[in-house]
Design a protein around this ligand. Structure first.
Ligand code: GSH
Length: 194
């Protein structure tokens, strides 16, 4: 049995979604990011974490790829060229999309108030829109890797919802249609209900 640590309003939602996609049973321990309860699982207090027996693994992308490899789902096999391309998308999304949203969050409510720089936000919004446009200009769909839904699709689509919630511009029609299609899957719908 897997135990997911974190609240669904955080990046923890990605792991819940992944579990629903692969049909594995899990328990959810909805501890708040940065709390002492979260630090009991991960010294940084960051969520999500995944507990498997006595072991704890951290970072949404690492957890999802562990599950993908273990259950042979939502991934190409390690050591293939397709996997290298898929990993390229995963790291690019973390570098160019997630990192920008996280920087905006840090400068809005995560960092101590005296270390927040509100003036950085217009620049982050511009960069986010440019990076989405650039990614979508290479996209032929229906998923990033073509016909197969893989882990980077879940992370990118989750970032899309995060961006809207954070007031980022969402003007790329190709991205909007792609995210709508990914979210229409039954795994996402079950995760949302949960
Ligand atoms: N790269 C990590 C980032 C984890 C992360 O920063 N999570 C946020 C919540 S979405 C958090 O726990 N923040 C609390 C903090 O930074 O103190 C992942 O994808 O899991």
């Amino acid at each position: 049995m897997y135990t997911i640590i974190g609240t669904p309003t955080s990046r923890t939602f990605r792991v819940i979604w992944m579990m629903e996609e692969i049909g594995q049973p899990y328990e959810l321990v909805p501890v708040k990011a940065g709390s002492d309860e979260a630090k009991a699982y991960n010294p940084t207090g960051k969520v999500p974490a995944l507990k498997i027996d006595d072991a704890v693994i951290t970072d949404s992308a690492a957890i999802m790829m562990y599950l993908a490899d273990k259950h042979n789902a939502l991934t190409y096999p390690a050591g293939t060229l397709e996997r290298a391309r898929q990993d390229g998308f995963l790291h690019r999304i973390n570098d160019e999309i997630d990192a920008i949203l996280w920087a905006a969050a840090r400068h809005s409510f995560v960092l101590p108030p005296e270390h927040r720089v509100a003036e950085v936000k217009p620049s982050l919004k511009w960069e986010f829109a440019r990076n989405i446009d650039r990614l979508m200009s290479e996209f032929s769909g229906p998923y990033l890797m073509g016909d197969r839904l893989t882990v980077p699709d879940l992370i990118l689509t989750h970032c899309g919802g995060w961006a809207i919630a954070a007031g980022f511009p969402m003007e790329n029609d190709t991205f909007k249609a792609y995210a709508k299609h990914v979210r229409s899957g039954s795994g996402f719908q079950r995760a949302k209900t949960r």
